[in-house]
Design a protein around this ligand. Structure first.
Ligand code: CA
Length: 233
């Protein structure tokens, strides 16, 4: 199962470095390690990894500044490792151009799912799959051409806006989209009531999907950050 994607870990804590390295190597990834931000930036430029796993708390550079520096030159997917429970740090990292995050302590499966999702999304952008007609997760199917969604045997009747939100999340399935990212794409402007409006739409979508409150069957609510369409793998 050697896929040989090259992944750069930028992290100063050795035990976390080794933990992540072992997980990735066991799953066929090639791993590079940088213990400081400045070494990390140099390695990005010289090795062109397929994904960067970045700890926000580095000894020499603030993680968010590193994201900005990398984004000025390269479009490599970045997954942030955050020990901080502060949601605004995650939102800042995503706004600076990180693709996703995992919060420490994290599990093996969670990390691997994030890595697969960012690699899949960057591959799709690269190949530019313009004729994707359907999306499936669990027993839900979205037919992009007819704008029809079914769960099992049943058609889910969504409003125009509700459908647009679900479609947007599905096109980047596995990745968290921040509230402001969704609001900008759906309504093209945002005001103080926008998050409330989004939450109301999401509550209706979940109800129509038959999800119970707190259940994250198709769409996960990342509290204080945004929403994520779940993927099966
Ligand atoms: Ca650290």
């Amino acid at each position: 199962m050697s896929n040989r994607y090259k992944i750069l870990i930028i992290e100063d804590e050795l035990n976390i470095c080794n933990f992540v390295k072992t997980i990735l190597e066991t799953n066929g990834y090639q791993v590079l390690i940088a213990n400081t931000g400045s070494v990390g930036i140099t390695m990005c430029l010289s090795h062109r990894p397929d994904t960067i796993i970045l700890d926000l708390g580095l000894p020499d550079i603030d993680g968010n500044d590193l994201i900005k520096k990398v984004r000025e030159r390269l479009n490599i997917p970045i997954i942030v490792l955050s020990a901080r429970s502060n949601e605004s740090d995650k939102v800042t990292a995503l706004d600076y151009g990180a693709n996703d995050y995992v919060t420490k302590p994290f599990g093996t499966e969670e990390l691997l799912a994030r890595v697969r999702a960012v690699l899949r999304n960057s591959r799709q952008n690269y190949i530019g799959e313009p004729h994707k007609t359907k999306f499936c997760t669990g027993d839900m199917i979205i037919d992009y051409e007819s704008r029809r969604i079914t769960v099992g045997e049943n058609e889910v009747k969504l409003t125009h806006t509700e459908y647009d939100i679900v479609e947007l999340l599905s096109l980047q399935a596995g990745r968290v989209l921040t509230y402001s990212e969704i609001i900008k794409k759906i309504w093209e402007y945002s005001d103080s009531g926008s998050i409330k409006k989004l939450q109301v739409n999401m509550a209706n979508i979940r109800k129509k999907f038959g999800e119970k409150p707190g259940e994250n069957k198709y769409i996960s609510n990342e509290l204080g950050v945004g929403y994520r369409m779940n993927t099966e793998n």
